[in-house]
Each structure stands twice: as C-alpha cells, then as structure tokens.
Write a protein that binds this ligand. Structure first.
Ligand code: DQA
Length: 143
C-alpha cells in the first residue's frame, strides 16, 4: 500500500511554533514517526510539506493512480481552502484529515473545516499520535 502524507503551512516549524499548543517535537521527529509507523504497517510512504496552497493541490492531483491513501493536515488551509477540498474530491483517494490540536474547541474561525467532507475521518487533538491513528485506520480501510 502506498500512502501520501501531506502537511500544510507552518508545520515545518513544529517545535519552534507555539510549543504549548503544538508540542516541542520538530517536523523531523514527525517524519521519523510517520516513517517508523509506515514500516511497522508495511506501507510505502511519501512525506510532503508545503506552505503553498497550489503546491498542495498539485501534489493531490499527482497522487491520482499512484497512491492508495492520503493523510492530510492542511493546517491553516483547513479553514479556507475550497481548492484542496475539490482536489481531494476529484482524485477520490481514501483520505484522513489530521490536526494536532482539537480545532473544535479553539477559536471560532478554526472550528470549520472545508476539507472534512472529502475525508473518511477527521482526527484531532491527539498530537503526533493522530498521524499514527490515521495510518492505522487507512491500513485497515484499504485491506
Ligand atoms: C492545525 C490547526 C490549524 O487551525 C492551524 O492553522 C495549524 C495546525 C493543527 O494541526 O492543529 O496550522 O491544523
């Protein structure tokens, strides 16, 4: 099984960025966790991070016919991007949305996700573990 893990804007600054909210571990540590989890689950994984909406759309489009599943943390684009929603709907690849924090209990503007309707599940508020949970769910889903 081939999995694409997409992280949106500012997630490259994990560790530095509001550590009380997002934790003290950096993006490299997140990548290592995802790679270890992929190895344990027998998945092939590609990690992609971008601060640019169009690059994320391009990556989703390029996943068509190549990847079996997607894990996406669209970060701030969660709350603004119809383009990412449309790209996920277009390729129709089983996708799980992940957020480190619980967006449902944060500021009002973070409580709505444009991306959720294209996802089989949204996992939020579990920190890095949310990525592991998403990968386990997709491994089961794609069996
Ligand atoms: C986030 C939540 C978003 O509201 C925020 O813009 C992020 C990270 C999370 O993982 O909790 O950048 O997606």
């Amino acid at each position: 099984m081939k999995l694409l893990v997409i992280n949106g804007p500012n997630l490259n600054l994990l560790g530095l960025r509001e550590p009380d909210l997002y934790g003290k571990q950096d993006y490299k540590a997140l990548c290592a966790l995802v790679e270890d989890t992929a190895a344990r689950l027998g998945m092939e994984v590609k990690l992609f991070q971008s601060n640019h909406e169009g690059s994320i759309v391009d990556e989703i489009q390029a996943a068509y016919g190549v990847f079996d599943a997607i894990v996406i943390n669209p970060a701030a684009y969660t709350h603004t991007s119809v383009a990412i929603l449309d790209a996920l709907k277009a390729v129709s690849i089983p996708t799980v949305e992940v957020h480190l924090t619980d967006i449902r209990t944060r500021e009002a503007f973070r409580q709505h996700s444009y991306v959720s309707p294209a996802c089989i599940k949204t996992i939020c508020g579990h920190g890095f573990d949310g990525y592991v949970m998403a990968m386990e769910l997709l491994a089961e889903h794609c069996k």
